[in-house]
Ligand binder design. Structure first.
Ligand SMILES: [Zn+2]
Length: 310
């Protein structure tokens, strides 16, 4: 390399580092990053005004990622933390409802991908809450990454590691004040996936609430739901999960991705005056059935591809 070209390189590198410094200083670094976010993911970062779903259950997530607050006089439960970058929006929503982030006693999670567990470390730091998870999810939380049996492992997703995660058993009931929330191991989308059920009341009327984990059979390019040495029982586990979800007492279904349970049209229905806009006793069955159809279609595709290989 000639000296002049070297100088040119240095000058460019210097100019670039100055630009980066100025950009960081002005806080435009993040908005530049936002330009790189694909259109379909933008709602994940979009602020959403919090609202009551039913009784003591509130939506405190972003437009595209759910976070649920279940309140009580003796402390709150938070389900899911959204992304690392949007944990502050969750905290802001909780405060906007008039609750204290410091009053969260327990944080739980649907699954350990960054769009649902990424904000938990920060929300734990802000609240001092304890975190509870299934055995597989607890390992992933503590190491900040799932293991090779996660169908999306090779996509390289990571989360800020979460300290001191308490392992809870399948069907165990956790108590915070008057809130009783039950653990349902629902592996499939990830090996540690978990769904949660509780009851919320408005006066005499009570609703069976379900936060069902994602049931999409999505993976990196290498994983096979039809049979993979890294997670040999995945298909049977996934089918079992779908049976679990469809058999839950289910008046109001919420899920990590709100559009997967028509949350926004349900909210619109309620805002249009239908008091029970969120209620749909068939929602868990429909959600499980849609997941089953996608899983079977995926397995068929994998088998067809195997046949094509020489
Ligand atoms: Zn996921």
């Amino acid at each position: 390399m000639s000296e002049t070209r070297m100088d040119g390189c240095r000058a460019r590198a210097f100019a670039l580092s100055m630009l980066l410094m100025i950009a960081t200083y002005l806080g435009v670094e993040r908005s530049h990053a936002a330009d790189d976010i694909p259109e379909w993911r933008k709602p994940w970062y979009q602020e959403q005004a919090p609202f009551r779903i039913f009784g003591n259950t509130y939506y405190v997530g972003t437009r595209g990622l759910s976070a649920i607050l279940i309140t009580s006089d003796a402390g709150h439960v938070l389900i899911d933390g959204t992304l690392p970058d949007t944990a502050s929006l969750v905290a802001k929503s909780i405060r906007a409802l008039g609750f204290r982030v410091e009053d969260i006693e327990l944080i739980v999670n649907s699954h350990t991908h960054s769009d649902h567990a990424g904000g938990i470390a920060e929300l734990q730091r802000l609240s001092g809450a304890s975190v509870a998870a299934s055995a597989e999810a607890a390992r992933a939380m503590e190491r900040g990454r799932g293991e090779r049996n996660d169908p999306q492992y090779e996509l390289g997703d990571t989360i800020p590691p979460i300290d001191k995660v308490r392992v809870v058993r399948d069907r165990e009931t956790l108590r915070v004040g008057k809130t009783e929330i039950t653990v349902h191991y629902t592996p499939g989308h990830t090996p540690g996936g978990t769904s949660w059920t509780w009851t919320s009341c408005e006066g005499e009327r009570c609703a069976k609430m379900v936060y069902a984990d994602s049931v999409t059979a999505v993976s990196d390019d290498s994983f096979k739901f039809s049979g993979d040495a890294r997670y040999p029982s995945i298909l049977a586990d996934f089918e079992n999960t779908l049976r679990t979800i469809e058999s839950l007492p289910c008046d109001i279904l919420i899920a990590p991705h709100p559009e997967a349970v028509d949350l926004w049209s349900r909210l619109a229905r309620r805002e249009a005056g239908s008091k029970d806009g969120f209620m749909d006793r068939g929602a868990c069955k429909a959600y499980a059935q849609a997941g089953r159809q996608r899983l079977h279609a995926r397995v068929e595709r994998e088998k067809a591809q195997q046949h094509q290989q020489p």
